[in-house]
Write a protein that binds this ligand. Structure first.
Ligand code: ACO
Length: 451
């Protein structure tokens, strides 16, 4: 099989959001901290009407419905999430209720978890299956979803929620490059969820940033080495049409692109440095490990990479800026944003790299090609127009003032472990086609409806 990758794609985000400018006032932080400092405009959130099962189901149903997928043609379904509501039963098993209606039960795959990395792990599992001897000719589905909520404090404005569903198979318009994935995995306590009684993580904000940037350095250098083995002309960022990142908040992504330029600079020969990086020679003796929070390096390379950022990365931030960190779907929301910013003609033949990061930590850089073969052009067109539809819902959301948002968060927190439980969140505000929780019974079994 050839060109295994993404055949179709759908995204779901909640119908309610809070404006970051208003959150700044409500949290009594200085004006601009969340909007300019973090680069975020709006943050989506769910009431107690939605949970991880429902948001994944909403995205999955949208994918199946819009693409007329025959459920018997699916041989594997993988879920990536870090939103755990059950220590044993996977989200995937709940998603099977949709397949049960058609009598489809021969479907491999369960959930995969490591912070924001689970969606990428799920994608790799699905792609690997299609490329393996176990493959039976059917397609795979990947669902990545999370409800990202933080306790009150500096991390709260970096929450978000959403789910992405992708159809995986051969002859895809978006195919993954083979043999060049570059991973960096190690142990860190930067962000983790050891308190199973709480929806909130333990987070060391500064350490998460250091871990993210060091994972990025490691993945990028290894990725470039592996790419150069297959293509000696590969020149890192300069050979890529797009550079997409896991997006906890947009500002970190802009800094990350600058960081890649700093890597390129350090890897360049002295002559090349003068030619390609004029005026930056005073950073020649700087080291990656010593500069995660170096203001001078950051400022100089942010300036240097301004145009590169506009061209290769900024188009991928649209959903992230308006929804926030969706955790596992974040990178794929980046992919969706990037795709809808261009026409199919602009995309054909392009190559871009994606950096996936999950605290704890697991990270990979890999690349996607948009097939040159024009026969896939119509599939690409379909992906883009379908995403346009879903993303346009961003403007149809309801703005909730921060006081009310905080109350809704408190209801979630207070009832995180209540059973039996009747959710109180409004059904009226949900988008049509959204799954929602009807109740949790005294045996903690959850039941759902679709609006
Ligand atoms: N106008 C403009 N910028 C401002 C203003 C203002 N009025 N006030 C502050 N800023 C800037 C700061 O200078 C800072 O910018 P810098 O990063 O360039 O220095 C930025 O806004 C944030 O301010 P800080 O004081 O650094 O913010 P704080 O430490 O309170 O919180 C943090 C930020 C650590 C990101 C927090 O929100 C957090 O812990 N989030 C969750 C963890 C996270 O997302 N980590 C990323 C990778 S891991 C993952 O994906 C979960």
């Amino acid at each position: 099989v050839e060109n295994v990758g993404i055949l179709a794609m759908e995204i779901y985000f909640p119908s309610q959001y809070v404006e970051q400018t208003e959150l700044e006032k409500f949290d009594e932080v200085s004006t601009g901290k969340y909007t300019i400092g973090l680069g975020q405009n709006r943050m989506g959130f769910c009431s107690d009407r939605e949970d991880i099962n429902s948001i994944c189901m909403t995205a999955l149903h949208r994918l199946i419905e819009k693409n007329n997928i025959n459920l018997h043609d699916i041989g594997r379904m993988e879920v990536g999430t870090e939103t755990i509501i059950d220590k044993s039963k996977s989200v995937k098993t709940y998603l099977m209720t949709l397949f049960a209606k058609e009598g489809a039960t021969d479907i491999e795959g369960i959930d995969t978890t490591n912070a924001c990395y689970g969606g990428t792990a799920a994608l790799f599992n699905a792609v690997n299956w299609v490329e393996s001897s176990s493959w039976d000719g059917r397609k795979a589905i990947v669902v990545a979803g999370d409800i990202a909520v933080y306790g009150k404090g500096p991390a709260r404005p970096t929450g978000g929620a959403g789910a992405v569903a992708m159809l995986i198979g051969p002859d895809a318009p978006l195919s993954l490059d083979c043999g060049v994935r570059a991973s960096y995995m190690t142990h860190a306590y930067d962000f983790y969820k050891p308190d199973l009684a709480s929806e909130f993580p333990f987070v060391d904000g500064k350490l998460t940033i250091k871990c993210y940037l060091s994972a990025l350095d490691n993945c990028y250098n290894l990725f470039c080495k592996k790419m150069q083995r297959v293509d000696p002309d590969f020149k890192g960022l300069l050979s890529l049409d797009g550079m997409l990142f896991h997006t906890p908040y947009s500002k970190l992504v802009q800094k990350s692109l600058a960081r890649l330029c700093f890597n390129d600079f350090l890897n360049a020969s002295p002559e090349q440095r003068i030619k390609q990086f004029p005026g930056l020679s005073n950073f020649s003796s700087y080291k990656l490990e010593e500069t995660y929070f170096d203001r001078d390096v950051e400022k100089a390379f942010m300036k240097y990479s301004e145009e590169l950022f506009e061209e290769k990365t900024k188009p991928s931030l649209y959903i992230a800026k308006n929804v926030g960190n969706m955790y596992t779907p974040s990178l794929y929301g980046g992919l969706a944003s990037y795709l809808i910013s261009k026409s199919p003609e602009q995309l054909i033949g392009k190559k871009f790299a994606l950096f996936s990061y999950g605290s704890g930590l697991a990270s990979t850089m890999y690349s996607i090609n948009i097939c040159k073969d024009m026969s896939v052009g119509s599939k690409l067109e379909r992906i883009i127009s379908s995403l346009h539809d879903s993303v346009s819902l961003l403007d149809k959301r309801q703005c909730i003032e921060p006081g009310k948002f905080s109350e809704i968060m408190d209801v979630r927190t207070k009832n995180y472990h209540t059973a039996p439980y009747q959710p109180s969140g409004s059904i009226d505000t949900l988008f049509n086609g959204t799954y929602y929780l009807i109740e949790i019974d005294d045996q903690r079994r959850r039941s759902y409806n679709r609006k």
